[in-house]
Each structure stands twice: as C-alpha cells, then as structure tokens.
Write a new protein. Structure first.
Length: 146
C-alpha cells in the first residue's frame, strides 16, 4: 500500500493523510466478472472544518469555490472508478483532490490600473486618422477597389 504521510497541494499547503479517509465499493459499468467481485471504486472524504492543515481563511475559500462538491456536513467527497485496481483509483482520487484544492486556493493577481503612455495615444490617434482618410476617399469616389 502507499506509505505517504502527506498530500502536497501547494508548496505551502500539505494535507496530512490522517485527515483524508477512503472507502471502497464495487465499481459500476462494464468489466465482466472482475467488476462484480472486487471493490475498486474509491470514495475520498475530507472534512474541511476539522482540518488542521488549512487556515480559517483557506477553509472559507474552499467552501465557497467547491460548494457543489461539499455535503451538508462540510465533507468534500470525491469518487474515482476509472481504473481496474483499487490502488490506481486511490492515487487518481488523491491527485484530483490535490488539483481541486490547488485550484480553489489559487488567488489571481490584483490588477493595478495603468494609463496608456503618450506614444500609445499618438499611435492610436495616427491609426484613427489613417482609417478616417481611407473612409473619406471611399466617399469621394476616388476609391477603385482592390
């Protein structure tokens, strides 16, 4: 089995494996006899409120951004059943869990408003004048087409 102690989400956020629980059940879909007798489907559970790895601010951010994946008890549920082995599904669930949290905790850089410089204004006005001349020529009848 996997001897990991942490699930690395970001360089600064690592979730202890003791805060993540797994349950296993039979997977659905095609697969013949194998799917009928082996518990390969993995359900990952993560209690956001009880986590010691996340700050209160981070917990709030995760609750807001992943609201559709969190049940009423505040537990994030994630299912993985694509692979034929329990170990592979467990790894996939952990990778998807880390990616989800990484995305939920990501903050976009704050955009600082800037003003266009003098040369940018001049280029814009020059382009407008040129465009105006082209259109004026068309109105006068000097325009012969391409």
């Amino acid at each position: 089995m996997n001897d990991r102690q942490w699930c690395a989400v970001t360089p600064t956020v690592r979730i202890p494996m003791s805060e993540i629980s797994f349950s296993f059940s039979r997977s659905s879909g095609s697969g013949g006899q194998h799917v009928n007798k082996v518990n390969t489907k993995v359900t990952l559970r993560f209690d956001i409120g009880a986590s010691t790895a996340l700050t209160d601010e981070q917990k709030q951010l995760v609750r807001q951004r992943l609201a559709g994946r969190i049940n009423r008890q505040g537990i994030l549920l994630l299912h993985a059943e694509q692979r034929r082995s329990q170990r592979a599904n467990r790894e996939e669930a952990l990778q998807r869990f880390a990616a989800l949290l990484r995305q939920a905790l990501h903050r976009d850089k704050v955009r600082r408003r800037t003003r266009p410089g003098r040369s940018a204004k001049e280029r814009r006005l020059k382009a407008k004048r040129l465009r105006g001349r082209i259109k004026a020529q068309r109105r006068r009848g000097d325009y012969e087409g391409y």
